[in-house]
Design a protein around this ligand. Structure first.
Ligand code: GLA
Length: 362
């Protein structure tokens, strides 16, 4: 083959393989549908190897900070602020054209006790509200114009079927209007901000009805809530597909956008059983690919309301499921421990390809 033609062929192959359907990029493959995100660790960019940084830049166009924007790392003591990691997260996203989301202003975990104490007694409602406002004002002002949307409250709904809201210190000190207060404070601090409520298992009963009640309650109190985040920490073989569709429709009927905020598909049993046979990872890997493909078909079908799909970590080496609920080597994401695409990645990409073929045939 003449040299010039060979060079052109190589160039053509390179272009093909870097386009969405030459397999390479999730964010390009779904660019007409929704953003594709990842959770990012603290200490950016040093927390990742150069190859991992390349993977992030190539695959994802939005991000969520796994830890550094929670109340505890940001304000461990009253008035003592640590912005280094959060600033680095925002700068990294800006430099790499990644839409940065904020997570989270109010949560029962990773929130220091000083918020709720006055000496050795519980603080009054007024004092806790004052501190909540100081926290939200500081954070929203600092990152004004740089964050695409904030999880205002995370995981407020109780897992107990008989109880509506989780019993937290926020609830105990402020009262059950604490969500209304938090959303109002956030809206006043930044009226342009997309305000989100985020939780797990709200696609299924009994939490779905409670999530609907919670959103209705916010709305009837004049609160602007723009989106609901379905965390999506599911297990291979047990993904609640039908519930998910019902929930997406219900949340859409409330006028909300839906965000898939912390997606991963756990491959291993959550309970440690003595002398259990080793899991068949090859079989589970294929099953996981099918489950991810099924999920993305649902996401595409509802792309008018789903604005982003965020994975909880960049690859299997960077997943909280390696350490929760016990230490194990897990495989919940689309890239393996070396950052190589897994069958689940190919399955998701072929959903995008089929979608593109059927849209262009219309
Ligand atoms: C919840 C939180 C996340 C993270 C995970 C575990 O889903 O919303 O911020 O802490 O738990 O990693």
């Amino acid at each position: 083959m003449p040299r010039a033609i060979r060079a052109l062929t190589v160039l053509y192959m390179a272009v093909l393989s870097s386009t969405a359907f030459g397999q390479q990029s999730l964010k390009d493959a779904f660019s007409k549908d929704f953003l594709i995100g990842t959770a990012l660790s603290s200490r950016l960019p040093a927390c990742y190897t150069p190859a991992e940084l390349e993977l992030i830049k190539a695959q994802f166009n939005c991000a969520t900070p796994e830890w550094c924007m929670k109340p505890k790392p940001l304000q461990p003591l009253e008035g003592v602020w640590h912005f280094e990691d959060a600033d680095a997260y925002v700068a990294f996203c800006e430099q790499n054209h990644i839409a940065a989301f904020g997570h989270t202003l109010v949560w029962h975990e990773d929130c220091p006790d000083w918020f709720f104490l006055d000496g050795d007694k519980f603080a009054s409602r007024e004092l806790v509200l004052k501190r909540l406002k100081a926290h939200i004002d500081m954070v929203l002002n600092r990152y004004r114009g740089k964050i695409r949307g904030w999880d205002v409250v995370n995981e407020a709904i109780s897992d107990n079927p008989k109880e509506y809201l989780r019993k937290t210190k926020w609830l105990e000190t402020i009262g059950d209007d604490y969500l209304v207060q938090a959303f109002k404070i956030a809206h006043e601090a930044d009226p342009e901000m997309v305000l989100q409520y985020n939780d797990y298992n709200i696609e299924s009963e009994p939490k779905r009805s409670k999530a609907i009640k919670l959103i209705r309650n916010l709305q009837s109190n004049g609160v602007r809530v723009a989106a609901i985040g379905i965390q999506a920490h599911w297990q291979v073989g047990r993904v609640p597909f039908a519930d998910l569709e019902t929930a997406i429709n219900s949340f859409q009927n409330l006028g909300l956008k839906v965000m898939i905020t912390e997606l991963d598909l756990d491959m291993l049993p959550r309970k440690q059983v003595a002398n259990a046979p080793p899991p068949d990872i090859d079989l589970l890997t294929r099953h996981q690919a099918d489950d991810y493909a099924h999920l993305f078909r649902i996401f595409i079908e509802h792309r008018d309301v789903i604005t982003r799909v965020t994975f909880w970590g960049i690859d299997d080496a960077h997943s909280w499921l390696n350490g929760w609920p016990y230490k194990r080597e897990n495989h919940p994401l689309l890239f393996d421990r070396e950052g190589k695409p897994k069958p689940a990645f190919d399955a998701v990409m072929s959903v995008a390809k089929q979608q593109s073929a059927s849209t262009s045939a219309e």
